[in-house]
Structures are given as C-alpha cells and as structure tokens.
Design a protein around this ligand. Sequence first.
Ligand code: C2E
Ligand code: MG
Ligand code: MG
Length: 579
Amino acid sequence: MKHIDQVSLAQSENLLNIISKLQLAVAASRMGVWEYDEATQSVHWDDRMLEIYGITDGKNQRPDDFWERHIHPDDIEAMTAYAEECRRENKDFNHDYRIVREDGSVRHIRSLARNVSTPGEKSKLVGVNIDVTEDYLRAEELKKAQTQLKHDARHDVLTGLGNRRALDEVTQDAFDVMAATDRYCLMLLDLDYFKEVNDELGHLAGDFVLKTVARILVDVVGTSGTVFRIGGDEFATFFPVAPPEGDIVALCETLIEQVKAPIPFQGEDCFIGASIGFAFGKGPPKTASRIFSDADTALYEAKRNGRSGYCAYSSDLTQRPACVTNTRRDLLNALSNDAFICHYQPQFDAKTLEIIGAEALVRWQCPQRGLLPPAAFLPEATDLNLVIDIDERVLELVASQQDDWHLESLPFPTVSVNTSAERLRDPDFTQKVDKVLRPHHKIAFELLETAFLDDIDDVTRANLDALRARGIRIDLDDFGSGHSSVTALQTVKPHQAKIDRSLVRPIETNPRQIMTLQALCRIARLASAKTVIEGLESGLMLAAIRSVDCDALQGYALERPAPASDFAALLRRAAQTSV
Ligand code: C2E
Ligand code: MG
Ligand code: MG
C-alpha cells in the first residue's frame, strides 16, 4: 500500500512538474487560453485572453457569446460558419480572423481549438488565441513594397514614363494579338546636345530637360501611342495601330519644333534638339527586335543628316555601322588578350566611414576606343552569351589581385564581384569558383537581375548554399530597381541588399524619397539583410541620407571607382592611420 502511495505521490509530483512547465511555456508564448464546457454552459478565459481582447475587468468567467461579440463585423459570418462546420465534423478549429477590442482597435488573431470531450459527453472545447497583428502588418508592408517594386520595374523614376522593359512587354502583347494585315509604328527620339546641358549646367538641369521632353512627347503624341523613356536621353513611342505616314511626319515636325525651344531652368536657358527615326511594321514580326533595329537605323540616318531632323526607315538605308557595336570576335579577343581590367570602388561603414569593402567593376581596355565602361559592352556581351566568361575573368582578376595584397601583408576588405543570375544556373559554377579561390581570398557575390530569381531552381539553390558553406557572402544588387525584387530577399536570403542608384538620385530634389529609402532598409532588415546605399554622388546626398538607418555607403562623393593600384594606396593609407 505504502509502495502504491509513493508511486502515486511521485506521479502527481511529476504531473505538477509538467503542468508548471506547460504554464511557463504558455506564458512565454504569450498565448491566451480559453475553455468552454457545454454541460455547465461556462466559458473560462485566462488573463492573457482578456489582455489580448483588451478587457480590464479581470473576470475570467464570460458569457458563451462573448467571443462572437468581439469578432470583426466583416469576419463574423465566415467565422461562425466555420466554427459550426468544425463542431459538426468534430475537427479542430484553426483560423485567423480579426477582432475589435474593447477600446475599438482591430487586431489579427490566430485561433486554434479542439474538442476534448469523450464520446457521449457534452462538448468541452479548449483553445488558444495568439495576437498575430504584427505578422499581418509585416506581410502587408511586404505586399505593398512588392506592388511598388513591380510598378518601378516598368517605370522610369524621373519621368514616370514606362521604361525599356515596359516597352518590350507592350510591343510583345500587341504582337501576340495582331492580325497579319495590322500595321504598327515605332518612333525613336534621341536628344541632341543633352550631354552638353548635363556637363555645363549640371544633372539637375539635365533631369529637368528630360522631364520637359517627356511632357512634350506625351502631349503631342496624345492617345494614339504610348511614350517610354528607354535610356539616358532616348525616348520611344509605340503606336499599336499605325497612323498614316503623313500624320507621323507632322508629329515629328511638331516635336522637333517644341523640343528646340529654350527650356528655362533656374535662370538659365537650356538648348537641346531632337532627332527622330521611325519605322512601320505589318503583322506580327518574326523577331520582336526587328522593328527596333529598323527604327534605330532610321534614327541613325536622321542624325547623320544633321541634328534635329527625322527620317523614316526604308530598306536602302545603311545600318548603324558595326564599329560602334561589339562583335563576338571583339569580345573573345578581349578575353584572350587580357583586355578586361577591374576598377575598385570602396564601400564605407555608414557610421564610422571606415573602408569595409569594395566593388570590382569591369572595364574594357579597347585598343581602338580606349577604356570602356560596362554599359558600352555588357549589353552585347549578354546577347552573345559572353557575360559569364567576363564574370569569370573578373573573379580571377580579383583573386590574383588579392594574392598580391596577401603577399604584401596589406590588410584588404572583402571585394564584391557582380554576377548575373544566369551564372548561378550553371551546374559547374561552384567547381569553377573552387578552382579560383583560396582561403586568404575575401569575396562576395553581388547578384544582378535577381527579379528572375523569384522562382529559384534547384541548381541555383545548391550553388547559393555551396557559396554560403564556403563563407562567401551573397549580396543583392540594384535592390528596389525592379531588377531585384522583394521576393529575392526571401529566396536568396542575402547578407546585404544594395539599394539601387536610381532610387538614391532623386533625394536631392525630392525629400520624400528618403522615406522610400528608409522603407527599403526596413524591408531588407526584416529579411535580416544589411543595407548599402550606392550612387551617393554629392555632399548634399550624403547629408540627406544621414537620417536613413543603413549599414554601408558607396558613391562618387566618397570615392570613385579607381584602378587597383589607387585602391591599394588608399588601403595603405588607411592601414597607416589606424596604427
Ligand atoms: P552596379 O553593380 O550597380 O555598380 C555600380 C555602378 O554605379 C558602377 O558603374 C559605378 O561606377 C557607379 N557609381 C558608383 N557610385 C556612383 C555615383 O555616385 N554616381 C553615379 N552616377 N554612378 C556611381 P559602372 O562601373 O559603369 O557599372 C555599371 C554596371 O555594370 C554595374 O552596376 C553592374 O550592373 C555592371 N557591371 C560592372 N561590372 C560587372 C561585372 O564584372 N560583371 C557583370 N555581370 N556586370 C558588371
Ligand atoms: Mg554591383
Ligand atoms: Mg547596383
């Protein structure tokens, strides 16, 4: 007997132990617990339940319709129907809904409940409520940001017009539904003397000119076509139903006249001009790029005939000469002749302004055309599938540069190399990286065009994991530009997100833009990513972003991209001052 007592005592002590642990777990989880007993018609809410619903009278026994009275009017019908369904089918209740607290505020609740009665008994329900309002707000914020980014991906921030990507989509949509006899027209407009305005009067004047031209184009074109800004000073207008050629000619003349008129900006007159080329097409083209190259040929002809003119495409026009485009042979030669080099642009700690990294930016030392920036050859290298080769070369260059610094015992920071998302789809990617990198190398990969990583495939995922396993940092480039989406924050889980230049530039003229930057930093932080603000061009911009809570800064105002020797000199100076 004594033995049995000891056992039951030990069991009940054990039970008490478990119960107190459970109570602790419930308290820590901030869950509210309730119970309903049909037999006694009583409802018991614990203190946390009362707290969640904003009830301050401290009464734990509540009337049995108490819960329903607090459900948000828009959710009540669905929730009572769902509760009834759970009761009928004897299944667990598991749903989110909104409540209106005693003070009138609305909260999102996650509710789980189970029938714990034994068969034949009146029902006994036990449930928990968790306040998940913060999760909902976060999800809403992400959704809003995603919608905004989707919009930004297709729009030019400065003029609000559709961008090149939008033009590609609009033309493709039109081609998809076009009959063989339908005629359409594409008009390209390129500004003359725009560079002079930018150089002489500054980029604020340049921006103003671009906005003015955008307005003129939209006014003159009206509803017959859609206007896009497809490059620095290049605009396109697509007419899905081609107006008669005479109307297009009249439109070109009006545009050229209006753009030629002086544009007053801060007491100065800006003088620019416009050259226009246009081409007609009939029926869906074999390749969408055909109409672009025809309109471009016409534009080139207009420019050749003197500026501020227009020209229609015809098959006897000469194509833009090959010397300004790069052929596959030129690029392959450049690869085999070591004509690609890297410039390094330092990145600074936002608080201490210490150098904490650098970005390697590729340049082509072209024997005919001098030192070329990426914009002069990467688009064609992409079309010719040579970007991956260039990216691999850049990684080799940076690794070999770091070998030198290592030998010299020069302390150097992590250097980021840009990489197209496509490169990550290469199953041999990690093997190639392993061939180049040694333990003393400090490399990060900056992923471009991550908008295409929304649906990450197995090879990409394996490559990203392999990089992480090797301690290689992964960053998202151009975050917020539309080339890089919020979704990528979740799929790629980057170490840091670099906020795109196009979003940084407007802070000089539009103080509200700071809020966008702040929001982007917050979104990145929600995904545990650090943030870099790039493109800080002026002291004014540097001052403006002081209030943004970001981690690192990059831009001309701090340091321009420079050859490796200049960057090493900077590192040496930094090393000396820190001694
Ligand atoms: P990115 O990766 O966003 O690089 C930053 C670009 O912004 C660089 O232009 C840099 O010179 C420029 N920049 C930095 N600070 C400022 C500033 O304050 N004001 C202005 N206006 N610009 C600033 P860069 O070198 O012409 O490179 C352009 C783009 O070419 C890069 O943009 C990147 O997308 C691509 N790129 C560069 N190197 C490589 C590479 O090795 N591989 C690949 N796939 N792409 C590369
Ligand atoms: Mg980059
Ligand atoms: Mg960038």
